[in-house]
Design a protein around this ligand. Structure first.
Ligand SMILES: [Zn+2]
Length: 288
């Protein structure tokens, strides 16, 4: 599933290609992942793209509509969540579209912006400028922008640290890969209780998250299943994974075998020697 670094990679690619372009046409296939299809059809064609931004795991494409919706506000945000298998790719208009392409946005420069999603767990919706703050208010803070003080306060709860990091209402953009990688680097067991982490551990975790995300963005994300950037190219960060997906492989630090357990309903990879469990020693792996 695309997480913050993958979405940031897509956004950077789109930012290089889209601002200034006018959307001359919209074609839709399956629409069950789109909220308010009629609104999209009414407001998007003829719009000029102004900006592309990332909000957690959402891609936001700001566009000036020639005929505003919702009380005549002229600026809309197309918000796209890639779900599990979503791809948002700019390509030449008329080039063969892969199966499961459901949205075609025709641009005024002989290219198309296409949304392809095999499993359709993605989401797409249009909001105007006035609706965006309420939408963003439901998401947590950006892990790359949060201060250490606010980070420390946010994890001071009686919940497992991995669950806290995954909760999009606490931090937006972290998912299974980058929480496991950050916890491995910080030597913190995923089942530790957030409020029990010592100040020094919080510092190390805060720095580890920033480091992991920055490195992953630099390497254009992780291509585990089928992530590609806005030009259709895979990322490279999966080669740097130290915990995620490495069950029974040796820890890069100590050589112990990486284990997989279920935490917060998700597979969690950790080193039983470097990342001591909540009672001071690692718990045996659970089935799941
Ligand atoms: Zn280790």
């Amino acid at each position: 599933m695309p997480e913050l670094p993958e979405v940031e990679t897509v956004v950077r690619g789109l930012r290089a290609a889209l601002p200034g372009r006018t959307i001359t046409g919209l074609r839709l296939g399956k629409t069950d992942f789109i909220a308010d299809v009629a609104r999209l059809e009414a407001a998007v064609p003829g719009s000029t793209i102004e900006e592309v931004r990332r909000f957690g795991k959402f891609i936001g494409v700001r566009m000036a509509s020639p005929h505003g919706t919702n009380g005549g506000r002229p600026t809309n945000w197309l918000l796209v969540h890639l779900g599990m298998t979503g791809r948002f790719v700019v390509c030449l208009a008329g080039s063969p579209a892969p199966p499961h392409t459901h949205v075609w946005l025709t641009l005024d420069d002989a290219r198309e912006l296409r949304y392809t999603d095999i499993r359709r767990f993605g989401k797409m919706r249009l909001l105007d400028d006035g609706e965006l703050p309420a939408f963003l208010g439901r998401l947590g803070t950006e892990p790359l922008e949060v201060t250490f003080e606010n980070f420390s306060a946010a994890i001071s709860r009686r919940a497992m640290i991995k669950a806290l990091l995954l909760d999009q209402r606490v931090f937006r953009g972290l998912g299974n890969i980058y929480t496991d990688e950050s916890l491995w680097r910080a030597r913190i067991h995923p089942r530790r209780v957030g409020s029990n982490l010592k100040p020094a551990e919080r510092r190390v975790l805060y720095a580890a998250i920033r480091r992991v995300l920055a490195d992953a963005i630099r390497l254009r994300g992780s291509s585990i299943s089928d992530f590609v950037d806005s030009a259709g190219s895979p990322g490279e960060y999966q080669r740097r994974h130290r915990a995620y997906g490495r069950e029974a492989e040796p820890c890069y630090r100590c050589g112990a075998k990486i284990r997989r357990i279920i935490v917060a309903g998700r597979s969690s990879y950790f080193c039983p020697k470097c990342q001591r469990g909540p009672r001071g020693r690692a718990r045996p792996p659970r089935r799941g």
